[in-house]
Design a binder for this molecule. Structure first.
Ligand SMILES: [Fe+2]
Ligand SMILES: [Fe+2]
Length: 358
């Protein structure tokens, strides 16, 4: 084993190279904040899409993405306070997939908080997932920050309970990215009522970090990068000073600011999606602030997959994207501009233009 002492930027930049020469990526991270006691970090892994083929066989690429994220997260120094898994652990909601994925996540040496994804939900409406991970929406407090997890992938009762001849059919319809038979996601009234009561317990200057699977903002309905009651949830969060929403599902870098809420997406470990405009011949459907990530080839399986390291300082988050085969990114809240911004990104003329595939 070789041991290297690097600062985080070097670690993130060199993670791929380190893996290639079989060194363990040991990182030394220096945080220099005024009130160190309040600052902490957590890690985020999302969208593993573990897929069962038959017997003991699973799609190897998706397995490898999650295994790598777990291994790298376990090696982080300093250790993150906890890990969030952002949903879509399974591909088609099967017990074999959820069990196999859970077995890999069990190797994390931290407490794990789980978010429900539509691929985990629509076979048995979350029953088996709940056996493994418990409640589908909940909150907790950590070092002065109020954390909330919602199940944002619910939809209309008629679509869920009446339209499809079988649970398998329902799952397959919801699993398609650009399937017109899909139905928009929503948080729903029950959870919104719960959220209202939950938020009533904390003061308005408590930093709030909310985890959902789909974005609690409306980006592109054609691909269900969308939550139907996003505005209602945003309204409940409006009285708070510092609010961050972190979501998976989109398998790409996105960030945005709507009123008081900063939004950050996280990457998948399974595969990257192209941005909607490059595939659907749609007009640009990107949150206004987002600088698209460099995509050499959207169909290269490891291009733009990865996991995130998240610093929380004074209730604001900085998301460090650790991308396996792409340029790492760092997006943090800019207090002057009052919205998230890339700490460093390539100038337009230096970016690799996204390829178009139709
Ligand atoms: Fe996903
Ligand atoms: Fe998803």
């Amino acid at each position: 084993m070789c041991t290297l002492h690097l600062n985080r930027r070097e670690f993130l930049k060199g993670a791929g190279a380190l893996a290639a020469v079989s060194c363990l990526p040991v990182s030394m991270v220096e945080l220099a904040f005024a009130d160190k006691k309040k600052n902490f970090t957590f890690a985020y892994i999302s969208d593993a899409h573990i897929q069962h083929i038959g017997g003991a066989k699973f799609v190897r690429n998706w397995d490898r993405g999650l295994i790598r994220a777990v291994a790298e997260t376990n090696l982080l120094v300093p250790k993150p306070d906890f890990v969030v898994f952002g949903g879509d652990l399974a591909q088609l909601g099967k017990r074999e997939e959820l069990d196999h994925g859970a077995e890999m996540l069990d190797k994390l040496s931290y407490k794990v908080y789980s978010v429900m994804g539509e691929h985990d939900y629509y076979l048995d409406l979350g029953e088996y997932w709940s056996k493994l991970y418990g409640k589908q929406y909940y909150s907790w407090d950590h070092k002065g920050v109020h954390f909330i997890t919602l199940n944002s992938v619910l939809t209309y009762d008629e679509w869920t309970h009446e339209r499809w001849p079988s649970a398998q059919q329902r799952m397959l319809e919801m699993a398609g990215l650009d399937n017109p038979n899909g139905s928009p996601f929503m948080v729903g009234e029950t959870q919104r009522e719960w959220l209202k009561k939950d938020l009533a317990k904390i003061s308005k200057d408590t930093p709030v970090v909310l985890f959902s699977h789909s974005p609690i903002q409306k980006i592109y309905k054609g691909w269900n990068f969308w939550t139907e009651d996003a505005e209602d949830v945003q309204a409940l969060l409006k009285p708070f000073t510092d609010v961050t929403v972190i979501y998976g599902h989109v398998h790409q870098v996105q960030y945005n600011q709507i009123a008081n809420i900063s939004f950050h997406s996280v990457m998948a470990t399974a595969w990257p999606w192209p941005y909607p405009e490059s595939y659907a011949q749609a007009k640009s459907h990107l949150p206004k602030l987002t600088v698209p990530m460099n995509r050499a080839d959207p169909f290269f399986e490891r291009d733009a997959t990865g996991w995130q390291f998240i610093d929380v300082a004074s209730g604001r988050v900085t998301v460090e994207y650790n991308l396996y085969n792409n340029q790492n990114r760092k997006v943090g809240f800019d207090p002057g501009k009052k919205h998230p911004e890339d700490a460093a990104f390539q100038a337009e003329d230096k970016r690799i233009p996204p390829q178009t595939h139709y």
